[in-house]
Structures are given as structure tokens and as C-alpha cells.
Design a protein around this ligand. Structure first.
Ligand code: PEP
Ligand code: MG
Length: 544
């Protein structure tokens, strides 16, 4: 048996075979030992297979998500037949005696750069597609079948790193747990794991010999056992069953109020990343959705999602929540959440860069498409809109004016719209300091403590080396929360927390005493938090 340690993302046990996933780019040789004819034949065979895969994906998408969404796979098929593309690949193979992998990758990058530089928005969006088709061919050439990282089998996924977009595309029914070499516990990939209630470890040093071996992730002790001894395996299985029993016991708390022993009530909402998470929200009896990270819709897409596509997704969530509040956060893309088709530049300091509301206020076409979709969905239940990464009153006013333009456009079209509450995320120190002024503009604040901690402590939340310095209980952060609650209440705003800190039970009493009105946490954290709230008595001296 081998034991490796890492940083745990979720207290839980996962048992199953390990599957090592390697990204194709890591193994592209430049020059070939074969003749150019042989290399081109390899490319051609892979291209034919890629066309078959795309045909299959088109049919599947047609069935599942309709013609409009399936069209992207037809476009990919056409691109893979494009003469200029094929000539470029052949030219690189012939003149540089290159491998098919190198020629396809380079052609993809060259064409992508050329498309991205064009004025036409349609062509710009094709920049990501041409890279995608090249990646598909390279994956086939190197024996990596498409994006099914789990190879169709339930497994614990092991990878150097997982981006948020890769994580959202995983087949969750087969994902038992995951282990990565890189990544920090505050990254969005980690947050997704928590939302999915999947045991995961980051910062684990693994090697290729692990592939296929039976393993246990012990999230409580931040370690993974590879080929565990029978006795240990039995203990872990028992622990896992105990966890399941505990979860079942928590079900007794369903439909019970989130109220302390002395009668103080607080709302407990859920954070979700996509429409599919809403089942978890209901199962865990959240009173509403406090943070719908809408950018995951964009990350899960090959191109900008249309108004209609977004409307249908939001409507599904809003209808399913049947009148309970659904707070949709507008697009918070950028930094670690990247979608190629946005064509965003590489930045020196992405967390401080062109992201979230900054993109929305300068790309009003993208922003308005989303706002119209949300407004349309608002007719089907109770919807709030929340703007992220706010640093000034001017931004809030600009966002609200844009929202009003969208409302007017829809009214002109005769479309029904519900009452929409407007709020902002407080996740920058600037927003905390301006909380009094900002509260005059909106109806609620939601504290994004993940970013607020990052920006207050000047600590990159993505950098695993800094995890030990990322002190979410830092007095500066706690004082900022208190200041925000007081300022919000002075001006009639309700105030909640939707960052990961909201689920930290060592702070629940502190938050209640500060007067927070709501905590929004991952679905699996709802009932444990309810249990904690119901055990507290604020009339007694603080234990915190
Ligand atoms: C936050 O910053 O706390 C937050 C909730 O938003 P995200 O984690 O998506 O940046
Ligand atoms: Mg944030």
C-alpha cells in the first residue's frame, strides 16, 4: 500500500479505481521519424475518425438540446474539410518533416490567431473552434479519446490540473472523486467539487504507476491510499457508510426552520453552478438559490450562449424552485474562468484584470443578451439579479441603466417580466469602503468572501503555495463583513454571504451576532449548517 497526502477539498471518503488523465498537448513531438507521406496518412486517418465523432455528437446534441445547439458540430465538420486548413497542415508536415500532432496543433493555433484578429464577431468566435478541431485530431492521434476523461467507467480522476470548464464537462454520475497535482483549495475547481459533494484532494504528487489501481480518498485526513490493505479498506468502507447514515439523519431536519434556540432566524440558500444542480438544492431543502454562478453556462458552451438558450436554462431553474428566490449572478468570467471564444488576452495579473462586470460593461452585446434572458425568466418565479466584482457606484448605475434598456426592449416586444430585486456582490475592499453609497443603489448585498479575502490579504486564491497564508478568519476580513452588514442595514439592504466562508461552522455564531440575514452555501452544506444554527443560543455569552 502507498499513501500520499494533499489538501482536502471536502470531508468524505471515495473508493474506486484511479484513472490518470493526461492532456494531449504535453506529449507533442515536433519532428517525425516517418516520411511526410506516412505522417500525412496518420493525420488523414485521425481526421476521418474525428469527422465520425463529430457526426455522432451532432446526432446526440440534436436529440438532447435541439438543432440550434447541435449546429456547432456541423461547423466543426466543415472546418475539418476546409482546404486552406488541410493545405496548412500538409505544408507543415512537408516542409518541417513534422509530426501530424505538431502540424495539427500549429495550424490550429495559427488559424485561431488569424480569426481572433478579424473584425467580424462570427469569425472571432471561430478562433476557439479551429483550436478545438485540431485538439480533437491530436487527441485521436495520441490515443486520447475525446473529452471522456473517465473513459466511461466510474473512477477517481487523477490529473495534473483541472480547469473549471473541464470540471463542468465531466460525467458526474461516473466521477467518484478527484486528485490533482496543482490547484488550490479556494479555486473554482475546488468549489465545484464541493457543490457536487465529491471528495477531492489537490496538491498530490502522483505517478503513472497509479493508473487503474484501487484507491481510497480519505478527505478527513487529507490523504489517498493506493492499493489499501484489506483491513484499511474495510474501515474506510465503514466510514463511508457512516457518512451516508449521518446524511440520512440530517434529512430529519428537512422543512425545519433555520432558527437558533433563542429564536433568531437566518436564511440558508444554496450556491449552484448550473441548472443540473437544482435537484441537489431541493434534495437538501434550501430556502432559495443565493448564488447561481451563471458563467458556468458560458464555460460549458462552444460559443456565446444565445438569449433563447440562456432563457430556457434560467426558466428551468426558476420554475423548479417554484417561487423560492433565485439569485442569478451575471457573467463573472475571466481570471481562472476562461472560455476560448471570448478571445481574452493573456494578462499578467488576471485576478486584477479584465473580468466579470468589467467585461459586461464594455461588451454590452454580451451583457444585454444575458440580462434579457434573465428578465424573461423572471416572469416564471422569483428572480434577483446580482452584479459581481463591483468597485464603484458608477458601475452599478451603468449596469442598472443597461438592465432598464433591456426591460424597455422586452416590453416593446410585449414580453412578460416579473419583479426583479437587484443586488451586488461585495467582494472588493473598495465595495466595502463604499458600502453606504452602494446600499443606496440596490436592495441587497452578498459578500463574496473568496475574492474579498484574496483582495484584502493580497493573496492569490489560485496559488496553492499560499493556502497556509489564506486566513479566511483574518480580523481584517471579519471586520469588513461586519462593516458591510451595518452599512447595508442602515440603508434598508439585506446582507448575506455567498463565499465559502458562509459554510464555516466555527463562524456561524459570529455571523448570527453580526446580524447577517442569509448564508448561501454548497447544497451539501445546507443541512449540517441548519443543525449548527438550531444548536446555538445567542442569549448566552458568546463562545466564539
Ligand atoms: C466569492 O468571490 O466569494 C464568490 C462567491 O464568487 P466566486 O467564488 O465565484 O468568485
Ligand atoms: Mg468572486
Amino acid at each position: 500500500m502507498q499513501v500520499a497526502t494533499g489538501k482536502s477539498i471536502l470531508n468524505g471518503i471515495a473508493i474506486g479505481p484511479l484513472r490518470i488523465y493526461k492532456k494531449a498537448e504535453t506529449q507533442t513531438a515536433v519532428t517525425s521519424g516517418l516520411t511526410p507521406e506516412e505522417e500525412y496518412a496518420r493525420f488523414e486517418a485521425a481526421r476521418v475518425k474525428a469527422q465520425e465523432q463529430l457526426g455522432g455528437l451532432y446526432e446526440k446534441a440534436l436529440d438532447e438540446v435541439g438543432e440550434e445547439n447541435a449546429a456547432i458540430f456541423e461547423i466543426h465538420q466543415m472546418m475539418l474539410d476546409d482546404e486552406d486548413y488541410l493545405d496548412a497542415v500538409k505544408g507543415i508536415i512537408d516542409t518541417q518533416n513534422a509530426t501530424a500532432e505538431y502540424a495539427a496543433t500549429t495550424t490550429g493555433e495559427n488559424f485561431s490567431a488569424a480569426f481572433a484578429a478579424m473584425e467580424d464577431a462570427y469569425m472571432q468566435a471561430r478562433a476557439a473552434d479551429v483550436k478545438d478541431i485540431s485538439r480533437r485530431v491530436v487527441n485521436i492521434l495520441s490515443g486520447q479519446e475525446d473529452a471522456d476523461m473517465l473513459a466511461g467507467q466510474p473512477a477517481i480522476l487523477v490529473a495534473d490540473d483541472l480547469t473549471p470548464s473541464e470540471t463542468v464537462q465531466l460525467d458526474k454520475s461516473k466521477l467518484l472523486g478527484f486528485i490533482t497535482r496543482h490547484g488550490s483549495s479556494n479555486s473554482h475547481t475546488a468549489i465545484l467539487a464541493r457543490t457536487m459533494n465529491i471528495p477531492a484532494l489537490v496538491g498530490v504528487d502522483f505517478d503513472d504507476s497509479w493508473d487503474g489501481k484501487l484507491a481510497v480518498i480519505d478527505g478527513y485526513n487529507s490523504c489517498v491510499y493506493i492499493e489499501p490493505a484489506q483491513e484499511l479498506l474495510a474501515t474506510m468502507e465503514e466510514k463511508k457508510n457512516n457518512d451516508l447514515k449521518q446524511e440520512a439523519l440530517l434529512q430529519n431536519l428537512k422543512k425545519k426552520p433555520n432558527i437558533t434556540l433563542d429564536g433568531k432566524e437566518i436564511k440558508v440558500y444554496a450556491n449552484i453552478g448550473n441548472a443540473g444542480d437544482v435537484g441537489l438544492v431541493l434534495q437538501n431543502d434550501a430556502q432559495g438559490i443565493g448564488l447561481f454562478r451563471s458563467e458556468f453556462i458560458y464555460l460549458d458552451s462552444e460559443d456565446f450562449p444565445t438569449e433563447e438558450q440562456q432563457f430556457l436554462l434560467y426558466k428551468r431553474v426558476v420554475e423548479t424552485m417554484a417561487g423560492k428566490k433565485v439569485i442569478i449572478r451575471t457573467l463573472d468570467i475571466g481570471a481562472d474562468k476562461q472560455a476560448d471564444y471570448f478571445g481574452l488576452d493573456k494578462e499578467e495579473n488576471p485576478a486584477l484584470g479584465y473580468r466579470a462586470i468589467r467585461i459586461c460593461l464594455t461588451r454590452k452585446d454580451i451583457f444585454k443578451t444575458q440580462l434579457r434572458a434573465i428578465l424573461r425568466a423572471s416572469a416564471f418565479g422569483t428572480v434577483s439579479i446580482m452584479f459581481p466584482m463591483i468597485i464603484s457606484v458608477r458601475e452599478v448605475r451603468d449596469a442598472k441603466e443597461t438592465l432598464e434598456e433591456c426591460r424597455a426592449e422586452l416590453q416593446e416586444r410585449g414580453v412578460a417580466i416579473g419583479n426583479v430585486e437587484i443586488g451586488i456582490m461585495i467582494e472588493t475592499p473598495a465595495a466595502v469602503m463604499l458600502a453606504d453609497e452602494l446600499a443606496e443603489e440596490v436592495e441587497f448585498f452578498s459578500l463574496g468572501t473568496n475574492d474579498l479575502t484574496q483582495y484584502t490579504l493580497a493573496i492569490d486564491r489560485q496559488n496553492p503555495k499560499l493556502d497556509t497564508f489564506y486566513d479566511s478568519h483574518h480580523p481584517a476580513v471579519l471586520r469588513m463583513i461586519k462593516h458591510t452588514v451595518e452599512a447595508g442595514h442602515r440603508h434598508g439592504c439585506w446582507v448575506g454571504i455567498c463565499g465559502e466562508l458562509g459554510a464555516d461552522q466555527t463562524l456561524t455564531e459570529t455571523f448570527l451576532r453580526m446580524g447577517l440575514d442569509e448564508l448561501s452555501v454548497s447544497p451539501a452544506a445546507i443541512l449540517p449548517l441548519r443543525k449548527k444554527i438550531r444548536s446555538l443560543d445567542l442569549s448566552k455569552e458568546s463562545e466564539a
